[in-house]
Every structure is written in structure tokens, then in C-alpha cells.
Write a new protein. Sequence first.
Length: 165
Amino acid sequence: MASPIQAQLIQAPSRPDHITGKKSVFLAGTTTRTNGPEWRDTLFQSIAHLPITVFNPLRPDWDSSWKEDINFVPFREQVEWEFDMLNQADLVVVFFGPQTDAPISLLEFGLFATSGKIVVCCHKEYRKRGNVEIVSRKLGLTVVDADGDGLAGEVKLRLETMLDP
């Protein structure tokens, strides 16, 4: 029997008045769609039993008509939401998939690499994996492989440690 869902899921650009989770996690990383399951959905299912809040920046309504310009309101709203939720989160998961160079994910990785609140996951075919591995090694960070349950296991471990110090 599955554990009941306790996690609060906050989807961009929602800004609820009340955060119910004892701890929070931001799901940064690759947004390129694949034929397989969306990595954020898979990860959420594995941690949904915990009393946490999950910030998910993925926007199903985002399309090629959006201008990446400060004056384009939906774009600016998205970037500001991500910045605010990244800073609010107790844990930041950064996932690098193989489909793109993920420049925004690299930016988020760089912003939070020294924060002590990051989990880094890299697909073996991610084109910039070497860069991520070198920076992570220099900072004493573990890079979790995208294969199997490594990411879910690491995130669960980190959250459970935070919830029960």
C-alpha cells in the first residue's frame, strides 16, 4: 500500500499564501521534453510521502512564442518566481539531462553550488558533464548518475536528514 501524499506541490508561477511543508525542495534542471517520463514527476512521486513543499518551475504553457526579454511579462514573472523559490528552498535539485546544454540549469548550479543545499544529478550523455564533475569535485559535491534510483535515493536521504536531525 502506498504512503499517503503529504507533500505540497507548488507549480510556477503560483505563489500560495501558506507553505505547508516542514522543508522545501526546488526542482531545477533540464526542461526539454523526452519520450520517457518527466524526471520531475518521477522524483515527486518518490518523495510525496514526506511533509515537504516542492517547487516545480516547469510550465506546460511555455512555448516558442515566449520572448526571453525582461519586458515580456510572462517570461519576467517566471524568472523572478524561479529566483525567489530557489532562494526560499531548503534543498535545490539540479538535473542535467542529455537533450540540451541546459544553460539556465548551469547558471542555477553555479549560483547554489556553494550553498550546502544542492543535489546534482547528471545524465552520462550530458554534453557538459565534465564541467559539472570538475566543479563538483572542487567543491566536494557528489554527482549522482541519472540512471536508476540514485537521484530519488539521494534526495530522500537529504530530506529525511533535514526533517529528523
